[in-house]
Design a protein around this ligand. Structure first.
Ligand code: GLP
Length: 259
């Protein structure tokens, strides 16, 4: 993992966008993995800004979302496909049909999940995946206790995740779905590179377990320790429980420019 502890969300967005722009320069038809949640929003705003400035085009890009709720109406504003359209896809030059997400509405959800995994493979695999983290250590919606090798599947959300996400549903816990379809940890690990973003005190324990804990299904994001290309971008608050924060700062100062 390359770890950068940065002073602001804007700086995180800038470094994350630089990383994605490097992939774009090497491969203008790259496959982009997208995360929802509030953490990547400054990155998406920065990508839109760079698109408007003519620094990146999404005309040949295909995207794949990490996850989707099960049980929301298709047009629900907090549905993840709608979220990604609103914050990125509709604001850049991505062609119709290039943005994909797991199907949370089909009759046979497991078959839909398997088809989604295959669609990612058929697209040549994800070149760079944007990731956030839940306070319980989930990535995508891979909650504690799941297989580290799972493929896209139907999952159950923890109470902690549902409470965390209730803020998107006017604080109404009952309105937060109980189920989801998510890329599995094995699917996520197939991505060639990751850019991970976490901010705020509420993520500090999950971030510490991800970077410095053992690889364990208790903290699903810890599986990323065995991926060769993960750029971890966090603020001071999210870094506050890291034992070796000073060392990571030193390494980033010496080697970060080549990230
Ligand atoms: C949701 C998503 C995750 C996301 C997490 C954190 O549960 N399924 O992909 O990383 O929330 O969200 P936020 O960035 O809003 O804290």
């Amino acid at each position: 993992m390359r770890i950068a502890i940065l002073p602001s969300e804007q700086e995180i967005a800038r470094v994350a966008a630089d990383r994605i722009c490097r992939v774009y320069r090497d491969k203008p038809d790259f496959v982009l993995g997208l995360a929802t949640g509030s953490s990547p929003l400054p990155l998406y705003a920065e990508l839109v800004r760079r698109y408007e400035a003519g620094l990146i085009s999404f005309a040949r890009v295909r995207s794949f979302n990490l996850d989707e709720y099960v049980g929301l109406p298709r047009d629900h504003v907090e549905g993840y496909a709608n979220f990604i359209h609103r914050h990125l896809v509709d604001l850049v030059d991505m062609p119709e049909g290039a943005a994909h997400g797991p199907d949370g509405w089909c009759e046979d959800l497991e078959a839909g999940a398997a088809a989604y995994d295959q669609a990612i493979r058929d697209a040549g695999g994800i070149d760079i995946q944007v990731l956030g983290i839940g306070s319980d250590g989930h990535i995508g919606f891979n909650e504690p206790g799941g297989s580290l090798a799972s493929r896209t599947h139907v999952g159950v959300l923890t109470d902690q995740t549902r409470r965390d996400n209730a803020r998107f549903f006017d604080g109404d816990l009952d309105a937060v779905p109980t189920h989801c379809v998510t890329q599995g940890l094995g699917t996520i690990m197939d991505s060639r590179a990751h850019v991970f973003i976490a901010t705020g005190e509420g993520k500090a324990q999950a971030v510490a377990e991800m970077i410095e804990g053992g690889i364990s299904a208790r903290w699903p994001a810890s599986v990323l320790q065995s991926h060769p290309d993960v750029l971890v971008l966090i603020d001071e608050a999210a870094a506050s429980k890291l034992e070796l924060a000073d060392f990571y700062r030193e390494v980033w100062e010496k080697e970060g420019a080549s990230a």
